[in-house]
Design a protein around this ligand. Structure first.
Ligand code: ADP
Ligand code: MG
Length: 236
């Protein structure tokens, strides 16, 4: 059985792509057959941070009806399968987000877990990933605007019949005592799946085109990703 998670936020820059890359890699490490798909077609970053940009066939070609998803799939860290998006504006223009439904049907049964990195905002290309997921995971930072935007995304998901599994609080700092985990949980009314600290190793790993869990496995951020991966799968 395949479980489809969509990583969403509302606000941009909260860490969706980082969570997708690291969670996907960890799940693959735990022997789950895992696909990660860059559905942020306009601001494609997933391939970039995994050293898989400039690939000949991308999700753009798939969503333009010109390639199958398997042709746009590449091996990534720990054996995760990565479907990057293209970087061209032309490719973005020709992509039909509705075709994501076909991509999903093609991969159901082919893998254990499918993670979709969603775009920010609530445009059409962002709604399809919310609608097709078994469970949406919100990524928020401990700041008010990101929480309010995540709340909007949660309401939109439920409005279109989707389900929110919970939220990951990313970029938590020890000095940040303005908004607490409990407050975020109350504001969003969803369980907090995990907390990831602000950790310079995340950006250092990206600069090396690797997920932090592979490049700096003992870092604080990597520990947090391992905990989240275990709590999602029950594998320790
Ligand atoms: P999104 O996909 O939501 O736009 P990204 O995953 O691209 O966000 O993250 C935005 C920026 O924040 C990137 O430069 C990323 O390396 C950095 N970042 C994300 N999470 C962390 C973290 N826990 N610690 C430090 N930097 C982080
Ligand atoms: Mg992103």
């Amino acid at each position: 059985m395949t479980t489809v998670f969509t990583i969403a936020s509302g606000k941009g820059g909260t860490g969706k792509t980082t969570v997708t890359a690291n969670l996907g890699s960890m799940l693959a490490y735990h022997k789950k057959r895992t696909y990660i798909i860059d559905a942020d077609m306009g601001m494609a970053n997933l391939g970039l941070i995994l050293g898989l940009d400039g690939m000949p066939v991308t999700l753009h070609d798939v969503l333009a009806g010109e390639a199958s998803v398997k042709e746009a799939a590449y091996p990534g860290p720990f054996g995760v399968t990565v479907v990057p998006s293209g970087l061209s504006l032309e490719g973005f223009k020709n992509s039909d987000p509705e075709r994501l439904r076909d991509v999903m049907s093609e991969l159901i049964g082919e893998c254990d877990i499918l993670i979709i990195d969603a775009p920010a905002g609530i445009n059409h290309d962002g709604i399809v990933p919310l609608a097709i997921a078994d469970e949406v995971i919100l990524v928020v930072n401990p700041d008010l605007s990101s929480i309010v935007d995540a709340l909007k995304t949660k309401m939109l998901t439920e409005f279109i019949g989707g389900k929110v599994r919970g939220a990951i609080i990313n970029r938590v700092t020890s000095v940040d005592d303005t908004i607490t985990k409990d407050q975020i949980e109350n504001m969003l009314s969803v369980p907090i799946i995990g907390m990831i600290p602000e950790d310079v190793n995340v950006r250092r790993a990206s600069a090396n085109r690797m997920p932090v869990v592979a490049k700096y496995p003992t870092s604080e951020a990597s520990r947090a990703f391992r905990r989240i991966s275990s709590s999602l799968t029950g594998v320790h």
